[in-house]
Design a protein around this ligand. Structure first.
Ligand SMILES: Nc1ncnc2c1ncn2[C@@H]1O[C@H](COP(=O)(O)OP(=O)(O)OP(=O)(O)O)[C@@H](O)[C@H]1O
Length: 244
């Protein structure tokens, strides 16, 4: 079942064609990766999928509904996390999560808050103020917030960038479990090629606002005639290569 369908998305900022005709789909329970060099157009694409940036042209459909016409219904089933998003610094972690649980109109907000605190292993942080958190701790709270409404589609912009290897590993395992067990569709960006190889079933390579290659990590390596995803990345970024 297709959860997300982006069709021919285009976004210009002045003379810059940040996104130049991107189409992709993500299915139920699928973990898809959006990779590409700095400035390739990944975040702009995610922001259009989330309705934060209005496309110049193209369409976004989620759960079979047009995002532009069904914003509230669609976005109540989606969530997003990125390290550059702020959380209210003066609130305690549990207060922040309670506030988001209420915003989403959850039936049992307190129960869900405790569930996400357990999932992200942030119990010891629950009474701390957000402003006191380290960047890795902040990332885990962001992810807890992103899971609060049990989203059918979870969009993550570099979800583990600030995490140490142990925390990163645990979060990756948790996200894979959620996709498998709940059928949540995940679309992530990452500059960590090992992470993408481990997590993503389908990878879309973006260069200069366009998808230049799509496949599994193994398929992409084979198409580009290299050993692994890291080398595919270098070929795309340095040589602007496309598959043979
Ligand atoms: N609000 C904006 N105003 C003007 N230009 C923008 C804006 N947002 C993005 N851009 C430009 O659009 C292009 C794509 O940026 P985007 O942030 O989508 O890239 P990215 O692939 O997410 O990069 P990174 O890996 O560095 O996060 C860049 O050239 C960027 O400078």
């Amino acid at each position: 079942m297709v959860i997300l369908e982006a069709v021919s998305l285009v976004k210009r900022f002045g003379d810059v064609r940040a996104v130049d005709g991107i189409s992709l789909t993500v299915g139920q329970g699928e973990i898809a990766g959006l990779l590409g060099p700095n400035g390739a157009g990944k975040s702009t694409t995610l922001h259009m999928l989330l309705g934060l940036v209005t496309p110049d042209s193209g369409e976004v459909r989620m759960f079979g509904l047009d995002l532009a016409k069904n914003r509230t219904e669609v976005l109540s089933q989606v969530n997003f996390s990125a390290s550059y998003l702020g959380l209210p610094g003066v609130l305690h972690v549990r207060e922040v999560l309670n506030a988001f649980a209420r915003l989403y109109g959850l039936r049992h907000p307190r129960k869900r808050v405790e569930e996400v605190i357990d999932l992200l292993e942030i119990g010891p942080l629950a009474r701390r103020k957000v402003v006191e958190l380290s960047s890795g701790q902040h990332t885990r709270v962001q992810l807890a917030k992103a899971l609060i409404n049990e989203p059918r589609l979870l969009i993550l912009d570099e979800p583990t960038a600030a995490l140490d290897p142990d925390a990163g590993d645990r979060i990756r395992a948790m996200l894979v479990r959620i996709a498998r067990e709940s059928g949540t569709a995940l679309l992530i960006t990452s500059h960590n090629m090992r992470e993408v190889e481990r997590m993503c079933e389908r990878i879309h390579f973006v260069s200069a606002g366009r998808i230049v290659a799509t496949g599994t990590a193994a398929e992409l390596a084979s198409d580009f005639g290299v050993d692994d995803l890291e080398e595919v990345f270098l070929k795309v970024a340095r040589e602007g290569a496309v598959p043979a």
